[in-house]
Design a protein around this ligand. Structure first.
Ligand code: FCB
Length: 411
């Protein structure tokens, strides 16, 4: 088992965001997609996090978190091929310094779904020189931030990116071509590998990985052998493929976990998202904490530290969010008890934000954002998260503390 080189690093309790979803006023392939009318709302000003990050970090600090995962917007760093914008690099350096001043470990994502227009217009990751171009951008980022940042995610959710952009065409570039879904995989892998080696060259002790979207695939009919077979197939294709491929170029496994899907043999590669009569989130996703436990335990076979790089719920019912948080953190603790080396948990998202093809309707945040006034308000779930974090200092496995006793006068 690869040792955790940062033994002095405590369990990472964090929140996550991504540049396009919170920054506002971006100019990339996603804004182009929005302008072309493919989605109900444009990202526009988003949360204005690009300028309001000092306020947001103050609010995050109130949660007691010790880590923040955010992404660097490639289109800001390299708006034209080979031209690197020093102001943008300075911005991310200042923001990273502020993260550290708040005693949070920065975890930097280098690609979270968006691309500079020039790169997207030349085929994106199908560009024949994509690995070199991606590594050239990464080099600039690590030159600017490398002394401050130890944790890097090269690519967020390669399988989701492949399916949404090239399979069902709901995201840019909007292709619907099963062959491309397969072909983009090795391209993304080559870009990851190039970035991995680039980062290691500049900072050998960096911890580099990907964030994988893992779905808990289960047979629609557990008595059907064919459904069970299909669940295993989907698990290995969707969940296992990239993890297997990056065995030698990943220092940890980043896991984004949200839900379960049901495998039906007769639907082969298209799982059923949920069964009738289930309680669903505002994304239409089933709430299934046991899936996180099972997946974490299943990941033990890869012998790498695990970090939950995203887990969260879209809902306006904050009670439901609180229950979600407790149930999923309890699931992580159970997995740790069964030997899963889980080193961190990042709630998605620190604040409400732009949810891609769904626009602003789904609210994932621990912090409410009024998009008209840009006013932020801590939700009760944020206070619960703070209580969970403070009760878990130095604890392994992590757990959910009991409800505080009501004051005697209330009895
Ligand atoms: C994940 C994405 C993230 C966010 C959540 C809800 O797939 O990584 O950007 O949209 O889903």
């Amino acid at each position: 088992m690869m040792s955790w080189p940062l033994d002095s690093t405590p369990f990472l309790w964090g929140v996550a965001t991504s540049s396009h979803q919170v920054e506002g006023n971006n100019h990339n392939d996603w804004t182009q997609w929005e302008e072309q009318g493919h989605v109900p709302e444009k990202s526009g000003r988003a949360c204005l996090h690009y300028e309001k990050y000092p306020e947001d970090l103050n609010l995050f600090a109130e949660l007691g978190i010790n880590a923040y995962r955010y992404s660097i917007e490639w289109s800001r760093i390299e708006p034209e091929p080979g031209y690197f914008d020093q102001n943008a690099l300075n911005h991310y350096r200042a923001m990273t310094e502020a993260v550290i001043r708040h005693q949070m470990e920065p975890m930097v994502t280098l690609h979270h779904f968006t691309l500079p227009l020039w790169f997207a217009n030349q085929g994106g990751f199908f560009h024949p020189e994509a690995p070199q171009l991606f590594a050239r951008y990464v080099k600039q980022v690590v030159s600017a931030l490398g002394d401050l940042v130890r944790f890097y995610i090269t690519i967020n959710e390669p399988m989701v990116y492949a399916v949404m952009g090239y399979g069902n065409g709901q995201w840019p570039p909007g292709h619907k071509n099963l062959k491309e879904v397969w072909q983009i995989g090795p391209r993304l892998l080559a870009c990851h590998n190039a970035a991995y080696h680039q980062i290691k060259q500049q900072r050998p002790d960096a911890m580099v990985g990907l964030a994988h979207h893992l779905l808990a695939f289960e047979p629609y009919n557990s008595r059907s052998r064919l459904d069970r077979y299909n669940a295993r197939l989907l698990h290995s294709l969707f969940n296992g493929r990239f993890i297997q491929w990056t065995k030698h170029t990943a220092d940890f496994i980043g896991i984004n976990y949200y839900t379960r899907q049901y495998a039906r043999f007769r639907q082969f590669l298209t799982p059923v998202p949920h069964k009738p009569d289930q309680v669903l989130t505002d994304m239409g996703w089933e709430i299934y904490p046991e899936g996180l436990e099972k997946l974490l335990v299943a990941m033990k076979r890869y012998d790498k530290p695990l970090i939950i790089t995203e887990n969260g719920i879209a809902t306006n019912d904050d009670q439901l969010r609180q229950q979600f948080l407790k149930d999923h953190i309890a699931a992580v603790g159970r997995a740790q008890n069964q030997g899963a080396i889980v080193r961190g948990y990042f709630y998605w998202a620190g604040l409400d934000n732009f949810e891609w093809a769904e626009g602003y309707r789904p609210r994932f945040g621990l912090i409410h954002v009024d998009y008209a006034t840009q006013q932020r308000t801590l939700k009760d779930s944020a206070l619960l998260y703070r209580r969970i974090i403070s009760a878990n200092q130095g604890r392994w496995p992590i757990s959910v503390p009991p409800e505080p006793e009501p004051p005697v006068s209330d009895l």
